[in-house]
Each structure stands twice: as C-alpha cells, then as structure tokens.
Design a protein around this ligand. Sequence first.
Ligand code: SF4
Length: 165
Amino acid sequence: MTKGPETDRLLCPSSQPNHPDARVFGVQTGHSPETFRVGYLTEAHPVTRDLLAQAGEALPTEVLRIAAPCIRCSHHDGIGCRLATRVATMLPPVVGAMPRCAIRPDCLWFRQEGKAACVRCPQVVTIARGATAFDEAVAGLSSQRAEDLPTVTTPAGSRPGTPAR
Ligand code: SF4
C-alpha cells in the first residue's frame, strides 16, 4: 500500500480514543481472555467523555474497539500496516464469515488483508490486560499492556456529545 490521499483516509480499527475523529464501532463481550469477542455496532459513534466513562475501571481500549484515521504509527512501515499483517497471519480465525462491521468500507486492515483480517478481528483487544508473550508478539509492542499504562487519559477539552480531542 502506498502513501497517498486515499490511504490517508483509511481507518485504523485498533485506535486510541484521543483522535478528533475517533469512533467507537465495537464493544468487548465475554468475561475472560478466552471468551472475549467484539460485538460490532450497527454504526460507529463519536467518542465522547460519557461514552468513555462507560468503561468504568477499565481502560476504554480494553473494552471498546475504536477506529480513527491511520496516523502511521510505529506499526506502519511506509508500505502497509504490519499489525494488520500479524493479525491476519498469526491469529486463528474465530468466525466463519466476515462480521457485519460499520467501518469496513474505510477499514485499513480490510483494505490491506481482506477477509483474513475480518475473520480474526473479533478476538482483537486493543489493550490486553495480562497479555501473554504470544499476544505481545502479535501486538508488536510489549508496552501495550494495560498494567504498564499510567492512567486512563480522558481527552482534554472533550465534552459530552462532542468528539474527543
Ligand atoms: S478488520 Fe474487518 S471486522 Fe475488523 S474492523 Fe476492519 S472491516 Fe471491521
């Protein structure tokens, strides 16, 4: 995938909530790492302070799947998203068909990896508490463990009903 106006508009489906265009498109269901599955919402909703508060004691990214325009973070090598590649090649499929997903038309992972990403996506947790070594290998960043993160960062200046910043 090359850099350009089209790819710059694509959405990362494992984003942080503090992007101005962040949208929640999925909610974690299940009660343990073995049973966690993403419940995909019928539409993506702007991130608000009230919505983030629904996470309670958890980090929003432990319980929500958030999409935002790709910022070409450390997972992006200038050609494509290596996180998407690891998800599509290292994880087992967990569903037989692509889930209904509100962001698919603009999803970078789907655009890059196709169905292989979608049938594995329901098991993805953006921030995994108690991540295993394998989880960290897939994530590519051992620092993404929840216990390593200092605090929940509620976007400064965000107000209920407005996109987080
Ligand atoms: S990889 Fe597929 S299921 Fe996951 S967010 Fe993208 S389009 Fe949706």
